[in-house]
Each structure stands twice: as structure tokens, then as C-alpha cells.
Ligand binder design. Structure first.
Ligand SMILES: C[S@@+](CC[C@H](N)C(=O)[O-])C[C@H]1O[C@@H](n2cnc3c(N)ncnc32)[C@H](O)[C@@H]1O
Length: 278
């Protein structure tokens, strides 16, 4: 195990906060960008793609499969997640990919390095997301694209209604705010792009949903959220910011387990996507 890792962060296991994220692929989380990627690949099979805030890199890895003659770089500010991202790519036999440490506020790349720069569920967590967009645009080539998909926590629909699950919703929003983030990031994406000089004509805006309703999806969702409530970074941060007690987190975890078992249960979250043509 590398120094600074918790036991759950060893490369073979997803960290508690990432197990749910590892269900994500380019196909289910960045579909809005794929028609453009495919058309760019027709003229340039050697596309260079940057995934900012890659986490454990399942989206980056599936992008790498889509551009076998191209190259993907995944970057994350958290060095402890990088061994997991490398292990995920290696297990999938993907070689045209690398992961490195770095912040979206100061990307360690020259201007106009990448054909495609993407991020997924990153701007929602950070204090000045428009500065991140400015930096993503800087490292993207003229004629290239920047793609972003972020959730909107006030556009969430959970069934059946339950007071513990409502408290969990408040906890998540509180955690984002405590970290300087914006729980309603999705609806602000276009404003942030305009703020850094992007013209409306450069933006293609779309919406999709993130949902968990099939039994396997409910199980993965509830298990991932219980892991986060019972251990890992989310719980530690929530305790640090005094956003709840251990007993309350345990009640929420039990409510997610009950929710998982209900055949009529579902969770749907609106996602906003912008594709900026540079
Ligand atoms: C919710 S996770 C999303 C991970 C991945 N994009 C996905 O959707 O599965 C957010 C990620 O952004 C990273 N992150 C947060 N702030 C960042 C920053 N300033 N620069 C780069 N990465 C950052 C976190 O470390 C975390 O891995």
C-alpha cells in the first residue's frame, strides 16, 4: 500500500467514495460527447483526450477504448486515487492511457495540447468552477471541444419518500457547500462558460438523467452510499463539518438498505451537459 492510502484505497479495491463512481463509463456518463468524438476520429484517429478529475478512471478508460489509436490522460488532484485508476485501466488491458496528479486550476500542460477535454461531476465540488473551465479551454486545441456534465442536486427525485433519505439529501448538499462547491452546478454551467468569454454559439446544451431503479442498480447505489456513510472520506468530512452524528449516518445507511429492497424504489438526478467548440 502506498503511503497516505487508507486500507480501502489499495489499488485492488475501490475506495468507499468511488465504488459507485466505478459504474460510470463514457457511454453512460458522456454520451452527449460521443457523436462529436466519433466525427473527429474520422479525420484524426490519433485524438488526444484529457479527463479532468478522473477519479478511479472508469470513464477515462472507456474513452481510451473508443480511440484505440489516440491517447487519454486522466488527471486528479487526489494522488491517492491514481493507483486505483491505473489498476482499473490495467485490468481492462488498456495501454493508451496515463494518469497523473494535478489540479484543474493549474493544468500541467501547454496551451492547445488536447483535442478533447472533458470532466464529469467535478465542477460541482469546487469553489471557482469558471476558472476551471477557463483552464480546460486553454489546454484544448482550436477546433477541439470541451465537454462537461454536472448534476443538479435540487433536481433529484427519490421514491419512496423517507425522512432519512431526505436527511441524506441535505447531508450531500451540505458537504458540497462546506467544500466550497455548488449543489445546483448543472443549471449554472452555461453561465460559467459565458463568464469566461465563451460565445453562446459555441455551446451545445443538453440534459440527461442519472438513475438507479433496476435491482442491480439499486443494490450498487445503496451499497455505495452505505459504504460512504459507514467509512471513507464522506463520513470523515461530514463529521469534521458537524453535518451529522454517527448514529444519524447509521440510520441513513439502514434507510438506503430498506430502499434497495423495494421493487418500486428509484432515484433519478438531472444532469446538465455542455459541449463547447473552441
Ligand atoms: C465526484 S468525483 C468524479 C470522478 C470521475 N470524474 C467520475 O465521474 O467518476 C470528483 C473528482 O474530482 C477530483 N477533484 C476535485 N477537485 C479537483 C481539482 N481542483 N482538480 C482536479 N481534480 C479534482 C476529486 O479528487 C475526485 O476524484
Amino acid at each position: 500500500m502506498e503511503q497516505g492510502q487508507t486500507p480501502s484505497e489499495k489499488p485492488g479495491n475501490p475506495p468507499a467514495q468511488a465504488s459507485l463512481h466505478e459504474l460510470r463509463t463514457a457511454e453512460n456518463s458522456a454520451a452527449y460527447s460521443l457523436p462529436k468524438l466519433q466525427s473527429m476520429k474520422q479525420t484524426n484517429p490519433h485524438l488526444k483526450l484529457l479527463d479532468v478529475g478522473a477519479g478511479s478512471g472508469t470513464i477515462s478508460a472507456s474513452f481510451a477504448k473508443l480511440i484505440p489509436n489516440g491517447h487519454v490522460t486522466g488527471i486528479d488532484v487526489n494522488p491517492n486515487i491514481l493507483p486505483r485508476a491505473r489498476a482499473v485501466a490495467e485490468a481492462a488491458g488498456i495501454e493508451n492511457i496515463e494518469f497523473q496528479e494535478g489540479s484543474v486550476y493549474k493544468l500541467p500542460f501547454a496551451d492547445e495540447t488536447f483535442d478533447i477535454t472533458v470532466c464529469h461531476q467535478v465542477l460541482i465540488h469546487i469553489g471557482t468552477p469558471w476558472e476551471a473551465l477557463r483552464e480546460m479551454l486553454r489546454v484544448t486545441k482550436r477546433g477541439g471541444i470541451v465537454g462537461v456534465r454536472e448534476g443538479d442536486y435540487e433536481m433529484e427525485c427519490v421514491w419512496p419518500e423517507n425522512s432519512e433519505l431526505s436527511k441524506f439529501h441535505e447531508l450531500m448538499a451540505g458537504l458540497m457547500r462546506a467544500g466550497g462547491g455548488t449543489p445546483i452546478a448543472g443549471r449554472e454551467l452555461v453561465s460559467w462558460a459565458l463568464k469566461v468569454g465563451v460565445e453562446p454559439s459555441q455551446i451545445v446544451l443538453s440534459y440527461s438523467t442519472l438513475s438507479y431503479s433496476m435491482p442491480s442498480e439499486r443494490k450498487a447505489c445503496a451499497q455505495g452510499l452505505c459504504d460512504q456513510l459507514r467509512g471513507g472520506g464522506l463520513r470523515a468530512k461530514a463529521l469534521k463539518f458537524d453535518l451529522g452524528t454517527q448514529d444519524e449516518f447509521e440510520d441513513m445507511a439502514k434507510a438506503w438498505k430498506d430502499w434497495m429492497k423495494r421493487d418500486d424504489a428509484s432515484l433519478v438526478l438531472l444532469q446538465t451537459e455542455i459541449l463547447i467548440e473552441k
